[in-house]
Ligand binder design. Structure first.
Ligand code: MLT
Length: 350
């Protein structure tokens, strides 16, 4: 080989190595899986806030959601639960959820309606005969309902979990007829819907934030509350009330919510994961309420010395009065057209 040919051969070899090297590295890396996919590896940390103590179904809802979302995302979602409204009141929580300072919140629906009126249709007095009815109806209107809630509040429904009827507990006397409730000082959430229902029954209720209720009962500022049997146990209301009347005006539900801005920042596969985890959580929670938690709570309350009176003797009258003021609810529920559409859908799927 001449000196000229030798130089040419070295140059060709140099060029081959120069151009082939990146491809060889990529191939080697791909084979060993060493090229980290930044998107897939990122862990999304979620703060999930709620207002129940750790022995309350709201906490069990949060725990179930965490378990499923972490499993289905294979660890890409990491959820920290904050119970007992430790990050702020209901109103503050919805505000920070919208702004993105927390990512998720499980409120009582009656605490969502002040900022998302369209969700109020879920609280129409005496509308629900069963949890299945609520589930079927929400599934049928989910897209419309969610679009409205996002527009009104900047927060998104992942699922609505049907809990239990909010029964009436008071410290003064057995309430067995509508006459008996009149004159009692009853606390309701700060939603216009229970306020109007109680007014229809001849009671002027006291709207109060959740965090103030126990002390207000202790100090007799209020004498009665409406909450599910399970809450009478978890919040120890049996210490400050005595008589329970099983009214059926409101089947409580708790939505699993995410800030809309945060939801939109998640990759599409994780958006599907949070929806699937929320839907499965709803099934679990509805089943536990249906078959276990309400019955267990009633037993505990009797052991604690409470008097469970069953439904009022004249509950038809409670229902008639509450239904007679339906038109007054429209403004607190996103308007007449929406309420009528919701009822129509509800009737068509049940
Ligand atoms: C309320 O009465 O304000 C609610 O039921 C509180 C809650 O359960 O989050």
């Amino acid at each position: 080989m001449t000196r000229r040919n030798k130089r040419k051969a070295v140059l060709v070899l140099f060029l081959v190595v120069l151009f082939a090297l990146p491809g060889m590295m990529l191939f080697a890396g791909g084979q060993k899986g060493e090229q980290p996919d930044q998107g897939a590896a990122k862990v999304y940390k979620i703060r999930l806030h709620h207002g129940g103590p750790e022995n309350d179904p709201t906490h069990y809802t949060a725990v179930k959601f965490k378990e499923l979302a972490e499993e289905y995302s294979e660890g890409r979602l990491a959820i920290d639960i904050f119970p007992n409204l430790q990050l702020g009141t209901e109103a503050e929580s919805l505000q920070v959820l919208r702004l993105g300072d927390i990512e998720m919140y499980i409120p009582y629906i009656g605490n969502l309606t002040p900022v998302a009126p369209s969700s109020g249709v879920l609280m129409l007095p005496y509308i629900w005969k069963s949890r299945d009815e609520m589930k079927r109806t929400v599934d049928a209107v989910y897209d419309d309902l969610n679009e409205r809630i996002i527009k009104e509040s900047g927060t998104r429904l992942l699922a609505v979990c049907p809990y239990a009827y909010r029964v009436l507990a008071n410290s003064v006397r057995p309430v067995e007829t509508i006459e008996d409730i009149r004159g009692l000082k009853v606390r309701v959430s700060k939603s216009n819907i229970p306020i109007l229902a109680f007014k229809a029954w001849g009671v002027n209720p006291t709207p109060l934030a959740w965090g103030e209720v126990f002390t207000a009962l202790q100090q007799k500022v209020i004498e009665g509350i409406e909450n599910p049997y399970t809450v009478l146990v978890s919040t120890k209301f049996y210490e400050v009330t005595k008589y329970v009347t099983e009214i059926h005006y409101l089947l409580e539900s708790k939505p699993i919510m995410m800030g809309e801005k945060y939801y939109q920042s998640l990759p599409p596969d994780l958006q599907s994961v949070v929806k699937k985890a929320a839907d499965e959580t709803r099934e679990y929670i509805a089943d536990q309420f249906e078959n276990k938690w309400v019955a267990e709570a009633k037993e505990t309350l009797v052991e604690k010395g409470m008097v469970l009176l069953g439904p009022p003797k004249d509950e038809d009258e409670w229902e008639r009065l509450a239904r007679s003021v339906y038109p007054q609810f429209y403004d607190s529920m996103g308007g007449k057209e929406w309420v009528e559409k919701f009822i129509e859908v509800k009737d068509s799927v049940n």
